[in-house]
Design a protein around this ligand. Structure first.
Ligand code: ADP
Ligand code: ADP
Length: 226
């Protein structure tokens, strides 16, 4: 089963800038996949389109067989998104932020509370559950967004530059956690501009530059050619 299938995806922003020039991409279920590229390459645009936050210009996007154009509600249920910027209400508590996500996905309050406890414990945030989110460190805020993204139990977790601004030690523990949930069966796609991050975590990789996929291979093969 394909977790993600993208065909001839194009994005031209208002003003005429071509951010994606017809990219093809396939990610198998269970994969840990990196989309690697320099700043401005089109990584966030790609992720934005997959998670329906950005409109595509043309092309096809399928997530676990659900089509972005015709099966959007089903498609969105498959995806948990961890965006780059902290986009939660900083004045809400950690637990509220996670539990509130339930409303978007028809998860009951009781189940939401149980899952929030589960994920906040796993991510080392349970002690902070009643703290306002603005009191958290950057690394904790990043983990809060992971807990929020997992609440509806998506099959595909997409992280946009997950370790940007996170210190080395925390980066390690976050990588360990991502590996663990991938082993539990969640397909993961992350964007990064560090080869090192892709290398130590991911099995397969696509390299994007100026809106074009320039390489699409396994990490093993990529490293063998360097
Ligand atoms: P990356 O995530 O790889 O850094 P982005 O997808 O954010 O790249 O951006 C790709 C290109 O599209 C960049 O040149 C960026 O300036 C441009 N871009 C991104 N968002 C917009 C927008 N809303 N309007 C116009 N251009 C944009
Ligand atoms: P509103 O239009 O009320 O602002 P949105 O639907 O844009 O609500 O999103 C509400 C919150 O949920 C935002 O913080 C958004 O980033 C987050 N969100 C939306 N879709 C997802 C998703 N698939 N996974 C994780 N968070 C999401």
């Amino acid at each position: 089963m394909k977790a993600l299938s993208i065909k001839q995806l194009r994005k031209t922003y208002k003003g005429g800038f071509e951010a994606l020039k017809g990219i093809d991409l396939e990610v198998e279920e269970g994969d840990f996949f990196a989309l690697l590229g320099p700043n401005g390459a089109g990584k966030s645009t790609t992720i934005g389109i997959i998670s329906s936050l950005v409109n595509k210009t043309s092309g096809e996007v399928n997530v676990f067989g659900y089509d972005l154009d015709t099966q959007l509600v089903d498609l969105k249920r498959q995806i948990g998104l961890v965006p780059q910027e902290f986009n939660f209400n900083q004045f809400e508590t950690v637990r509220q932020i996670v539990v509130n996500q339930a409303g978007y996905y028809g998860v009951s309050r009781q189940v939401a509370h149980e899952r929030a406890e589960h994920y906040l414990k796993q991510l080392g945030l349970w002690d902070k559950r009643d703290a306002a989110a603005r009191m958290l460190s950057g690394g904790m805020k990043r983990r809060l967004m992971i807990a929020r993204a997992l609440l509806h139990e998506p099959r595909l977790l997409i992280l946009d530059e997950p370790t940007a601004g996170v210190d080395i030690e925390l980066r390690r523990s976050m990588w360990d956690y991502l590996e663990e949930i991938n082993k539990q069966g969640i397909t993961i796609i992350l964007t990064t501009h560090y080869l090192e991050e892709a290398e130590s975590l991911c099995r397969n990789i696509a390299i994007i530059d100026q809106g074009t996929i320039v390489e699409n291979t396994s990490i093993k093969r990529l490293l063998a050619t360097l």
